[in-house]
Design a protein around this ligand. Structure first.
Ligand code: ADP
Ligand code: MG
Length: 287
């Protein structure tokens, strides 16, 4: 596979200088350990209460990359929202490095399938927005940091581009830079590449693995794409719906960076897909 990084021309931005001028902010904080303990969550539907998550427990180690996989409606996004602190569990607890998760927090960054960029801000402005919660930084430091992350995601040449000028993949890169900019310890990603074409996704798989290795985040990545999960995850956790439960998990030890088109990866994905189908055989849910 030929891999071409998006902005191929040299950037005028000096990453080394940014590290020097905003040293503390750009230093990797230790990735957090996440514990989900016996979490249940129900929603009211037209036909009564629906158990989106039933007694779900999951421990994610410091710096681990865990992919949550399952068909639509099995509670993946519900769990991610709880981890992000955007919703609260009905019962059970969630904690990040021992601290209970009771709301959104700067140490947990979230990225969704929809980029949700502000069209009236340029690329830099969108990433700077993510730094608003850092009152300790002055304006020049914020700009240095935002540029560092734009460089990291391969958009060093597009700092002043308008959002509408960007391709879908580039928009997701901006969204990733914006999520990374406050330097979270946990990254929650909900099907971030699902709307992109295959070639764009492949490039992002490679880049996300590089960024994860460089920035040392704990990552919880939701997908319904088994191959994607095997390509990215240290661990693939299988969910099934009605009620949403964790059924099985697989540790993936293939060497990195992984190529989604490799035979070994396809073999792993076939095994996991088979397991997923077995777990879902008793439900009528389809994607
Ligand atoms: P997934 O991300 O795996 O596709 P979700 O976590 O989005 O699944 O949803 C799990 C179940 O909970 C689905 O049946 C969904 O319709 C329901 N659900 C999720 N959020 C809400 C909500 N805010 N109100 C009502 N039902 C919801
Ligand atoms: Mg979802």
């Amino acid at each position: 596979m030929t891999v071409t990084t998006l902005p191929s021309a040299p950037s005028t931005f000096d990453t080394t200088q940014a590290v020097w001028s905003a040293t503390d902010e750009l230093r990797n904080p230790p990735p957090a350990k996440l514990i989900v303990d016996r979490v249940t969550k129900s929603f009211k539907s037209q036909s009564g209460w629906l158990k989106a998550l039933d007694d779900v427990s999951l421990t994610v180690g410091e710096g681990e990359f865990v992919c949550l996989v399952g068909p639509s409606g099995c509670g993946k996004s519900t769990l991610l929202n709880l981890i992000a602190g955007l919703d609260t569990p009905e019962s059970g607890t969630l904690s990040s490095d021992g601290a209970p998760i009771i709301g959104p927090g700067r140490e947990r960054g979230v990225m969704f399938q929809e980029h949700a960029l502000f069209p009236w801000l340029d690329v830099l402005g969108n990433v700077l927005f993510g730094l608003q919660l850092k009152p300790s930084l002055n304006k020049a430091e914020r700009i240095d940091i935002a540029k560092y992350y734009l460089q990291l995601v391969g958009l060093g040449r597009f700092v002043h581009a308008n959002v509408h000028e960007l391709s879908g993949g580039m928009k997701q890169r901006v969204a990733l830079a914006r999520t990374l900019a406050p330097n979270p310890r946990i990254l929650c990603m909900d099907e971030p590449f699902a709307a992109l074409d295959a070639m764009t996704r492949e490039q992002l798989y490679a880049d996300l693995q590089d960024i994860w290795a460089k920035r040392k985040k704990t990552i919880i990545f939701v997908t319904h794409n088994v191959r994607e999960a095997v390509c990215l995850g240290d661990r693939v956790v299988l969910f099934s719906p009605n009620p949403g439960r964790i059924r099985e998990e697989f540790r993936i030890t293939l060497p990195r960076n992984r190529d989604i088109n490799s035979v070994e990866l396809a073999e792993h994905a076939t095994l996991i897909t088979r397991a997923l189908k077995q777990h879902n055989a008793t439900t009528n849910t389809s994607e």
